[in-house]
Design a protein around this ligand. Structure first.
Ligand code: PEP
Ligand code: MG
Length: 866
């Protein structure tokens, strides 16, 4: 291989495969042929080993083992994608020969693949070797249309020194202020911190850059910040120039140095619920090939949203979007892009602000809000404008900008960024549709009971369907934890993913049973099976209707014992929905909703008004207002918090409040302003011992005295640290009530991070160790005649409800939608049965054994297994 360097910074890329070299134009894939990821050469391989084309770091091997990214010492990223659409093989036929994250030398084997299998299964073996568009390198020379052996010269590339990097704003005049800080965000600068950092600069006039890991990013660009890949503990440099430069540096330094964590994987919001790193689940193997589907066939798939549906197939065919590469006049194209963005922005704003009921609508709103964050991202716009200035069409420029950003995020191999890649691709389609004058919503006329079949729906496509007519979703590709799966689950629509391409061959109107409990799509099932499935659905619907009708009654066990069933609430809309669901009050108002995602704390008056609206929505029912639970997995950018190695064990909950007294006092004043005062009680998060309560009572007494308030207010403590559970007798003596937070109690008892996807299967609040602590707390509360509640996630599990009651719990605060079920389950058991179950559960060895016991009681009490 030639190593002479005719140009500065020249890098030689050797052929990574033996085969025939061809232009990227020949790849049967618009992404590669359109150079959307970058420029390069394709190789039609004749042997099954992919070698390193240069020295560098192996930054990524895709989950499906079909693509590899290498980064050279100069920062150039080279992507090699073996074959086309080979992700669908889900790794079959590929063997990894090198370790991601390590350095490799030119010629080292990286992947081995079964050439015959790929020839049979993939649409093409052409393997693009791409210099990624964001690398800042261009190709000087390439070897095309000839046979190549491994190690032969394939390309020579040089840094694109002449061009201004996409999106780089000209330096603002004036002194440059800079500071080095350590990234405090526990999971580095991923989506949420990036958005917070960019937002913190909104009102400041300065050009601000962050340098990390050898890269520079415009600090106003969420995308550019994520692309830095900066991790917890990384030293980064902030540089700013312009009138507000000094303030910008200190603002960012404060925000960056905050030690925070990623949103909780087990949290209450839809976006935070995606902790599973699964990317695209492979289509089921048996579904990849075979004869056309016919009566009695069943396609296996992966369950994305549990449930059963009987209906007829409707194929969702996304509109063809034709994009010309060349544009008319750059100004016209730019105006067209702005018009299309404005149209999409208006639609997203409507969706984000919609107050429709239901978790599905809320999920759609959250995703719209995420898209809104990106649609005006300065870095994306700068990249698109650069393309426009090169004579590209509006559509081409927009797609190029978004795909480049998506590819850069993907290359970071951070599963938390995956949803941002989905957001970018979804937003790309929305704007392209608007540019072409087409509307996603107008696509599909759905008959009643449609089972919508698609390769993979985008969230915006799902929310544009007529939900009342969608009985189920069947997707050929997709993952169980994708956005669209989460929205489907929130909407209560059963969904299967990864059914394989054969699903796409089903004709419209084909009779189907979508069984997302067993994970199969049944095609034209026999009449008897259809009848049985319809009967099951009808009986479930009847039971649900009966449970909902009975949900407004107060909850009693079969022997008349009174149990209160309250709701956890995080907004006015949730409070209204909870009352409709039969909530007898609110056992946990998570006030964080007022404090997160903003640059300044809410004023006392704003807080008071919001709390009052929630109290009113509850129509006089009890309202338990938990004081701010900041820190840990709920970072708040504007609170000055020290860098922490272990934020979950750091300044969070009441500790944060006591460390920020003016903020705490304002919140207490706002709570005390709610009328009628007797409706409210105060709940304190992350209590360790009665010293915390004494400190809070002193602040509260002072606030009451200043206000001249004589009325007392009940103050309860959360039992969510093992210390508070062990000391529950002391706490019960000092507090007015106890409320057990099983989410944190489980994480701290089992020493398993609640945000860890890997540990998620073992993080079970029914673990006997957790149950023993609950029993201890409940016994202490009863001894002091104090009410003991559970407001953690375990209270929302119908299976666990009798067990908690048996342990002594008398109030459950749950997700609103499960309240009818909880009341129904409890109405079928007696206190004696609950106690017997609890005693046996305490002696079990693990959570699985406890679940099995609880299941047996449910079945005995006439509850059909679900
Ligand atoms: C808990 O920890 O169980 C709880 C209710 O608090 P959060 O989930 O808000 O941390
Ligand atoms: Mg908690």
């Amino acid at each position: 291989m030639s190593t002479s360097a005719p140009a500065e910074g020249l890098i030689t890329l050797a052929a990574p495969l033996a085969g025939w070299s061809a232009s990227l134009d020949e790849t049967p894939d618009a992404v590669f042929a359109g150079r959307m990821m970058g420029d390069g050469v394709a190789i039609d391989p004749t042997a099954g080993t992919l070698h390193a084309p240069c020295d560098g770091e192996l930054v990524l091997i895709a989950a499906a083992r079909h693509a590899v990214t290498l980064r050279t010492a100069g920062g150039c990223q080279v992507l090699m994608h073996v074959g086309i659409d080979t992700v669908a093989l889900g790794g079959e036929g590929f063997t990894v020969a090198a370790t991601p994250g390590t350095r490799v030398r030119t010629g080292d084997p990286l992947l081995r693949f079964d050439l015959d299998l790929l020839a049979r299964r993939a649409p093409s073996l052409l393997t693009p070797v791409i210099v990624t568009a964001d690398s800042g390198f261009r190709i000087l020379k390439r070897t095309l249309d000839c046979a190549v052996a491994v190690g032969d010269l394939l390309m020579e590339i040089v840094p694109e020194s002449s061009a201004t990097p996409a999106g780089a704003a000209p330096a603002a005049p004036g002194r440059v202020h800079s500071r080095r800080v350590t990234v405090g965000f526990e999971h580095g600068i991923h989506a949420r911190p990036a958005a917070l950092l960019a937002a913190s600069l909104k009102d400041l006039a300065a050009d601000v850059r962050i340098m990390a890991r050898g890269h520079e990013a415009n600090a106003r660009s969420t995308v550019a910040l994520m692309t830095l890949g900066a991790q917890h503990g990384d030293a980064v440099e902030i540089r700013a120039s312009g009138p507000d430069a000094a303030l910008a540096v200190s603002t960012l330094a404060a925000a960056l140095g905050v030690t925070t964590a990623a949103p909780a994987g087990t949290g209450s919001t839809v976006r935070a619920a995606r902790a599973d790193p699964a990317v695209t689940a492979p289509p089921a193997d048996a579904a990849l090939q075979g004869p056309p589907l016919g009566p009695g066939d069943a396609l296996p798939g992966v369950i994305a949203s549990r449930g059963l549906a009987v209906g007829r197939a409707v194929q969702f065919r996304p509109p063809e979007i034709q994009i010309a590469a060349a544009g008319a006049d750059p100004e016209q194209e730019s105006a067209a892009l702005d018009r299309a963005r404005a149209a999409v922005r208006a639609r997203l704003e409507r969706r984000a602000a919609a107050t429709a009921e239901g978790a599905g609508a809320r999920a759609a709103g959250e995703i719209a809000a995420a898209h809104l964050e990106l649609i005006d991202d300065p870095e994306l716009l700068a990249a698109a404008r650069l393309e426009l200035s090169r004579g590209r069409s509006a559509g081409f420029a927009w797609r190029q900008a978004l795909r480049t950003a998506a590819a850069a995020l993907r290359a970071l191999a951070d599963p938390r960024l995956r949803e941002r890649v989905d957001d970018l691709l979804d937003l790309e389609t929305q704007v392209l549709l608007a540019l072409s004058g087409k509307s996603a919503a107008a696509q599909l006329e759905l008959p009643e009971q449609s089972i919508v079949i698609a390769r993979e729906l985008l969230p915006s496509q799902l929310v544009s369907l007529d939900a009342a007519r969608v009985a189920g979703l069947a997707m050929a590709a997709g993952g169980a934890t994708s956005h669209v799966s989460i929205i489907a689950a929130a909407m209560g629509v059963p969904a299967l993913v990864a059914l394989g391409p054969r699903a796409l061959s089903l004709g419209d109107g084909t009779q189907l049973i979508l069984d997302a409990e067993r994970g199969v799509l049944e095609i034209e099932p026999p009449a008897a099976r259809l009848d049985a499935a319809r009967a099951l659905l009808a009986s479930r619907r009847a039971r649900l209707a009966a449970e909902r009708a009975a949900a407004q009654r107060e909850c009693r066990l079969a022997d008349g014992t009174r149990i209160e069933v309250f709701a956890n609430v995080g907004s006015v809309a949730e409070a209204e929905a909870a009352v409709r669901d039969g909530a007898e009050g609110c056992g946990l108002l998570r006030t964080e909703f007022l404090f997160l995602d903003r640059q300044l704390p809410p004023e006392e008056a704003e807080q008071a008004a919001e709390y009052q609206k929630i109290a009113d929505a509850l129509g006089g029912r009890p309202l338990t207002i938990r004081t701010l639970d900041a820190g840990g997995d709920k970072p708040i950018a504007y609170l000055p918090q020290p860098p922490e190695e272990n934020p979950a064990l750091g300044l969070r909950g009441v500790r944060t409040s006591l460390a920020n007294l003016p903020l705490f006092e304002a919140q207490l004043r706002a709570i005390l302003a709610v009328r009628p005062g007797e409706q409210c009680r105060i709940l304190l998060p992350m209590i360790t011992d009665s010293g915390d309560l004494t400190a809070v009572r002193a602040v509260l007494d002072q606030v009451r005295a200043e206000r001249g308030l004589t009325r007392t207010v009940e103050v309860g403590v959360m039992i969510e640290t093992p210390a508070s559970a062990v000391l529950a007798d002391q706490l019960a003596a000092a507090a007015d009530f106890l409320s057990i937070g099983t989410n944190d109690l489980t994480q701290y008892t089992l020493a398993m991070d609640r945000t860890s996807a890997q540990l998620a299967p073992r993080l079970d609040a029914l673990h006997p160790a957790v149950l023993r602590l609950i029993e201890r707390a409940a016994t202490a509360a009863l001894a002091h005649q104090r009410m003991v509640a559970v407001c953690g996630g375990l209270a929302s599990e119908p299976l666990a409800a009798p067990l908690l009651v048996g342990l002594g719990v008398r109030e459950l605060s749950a997700v609103g939608a499960v309240i009818p079920r909880l009341k129904a389950v409890l109405s079928r058991v007696t206190l004696a049965e609950c106690r017997a179950l609890a005693q046996e559960a305490l002696t079990q060895r693990d959570a699985a054994a406890v679940r099995a016991l609880a299941q047996r009681l449910q079945e005995r009490s006439g509850e059909a297994p679900r």
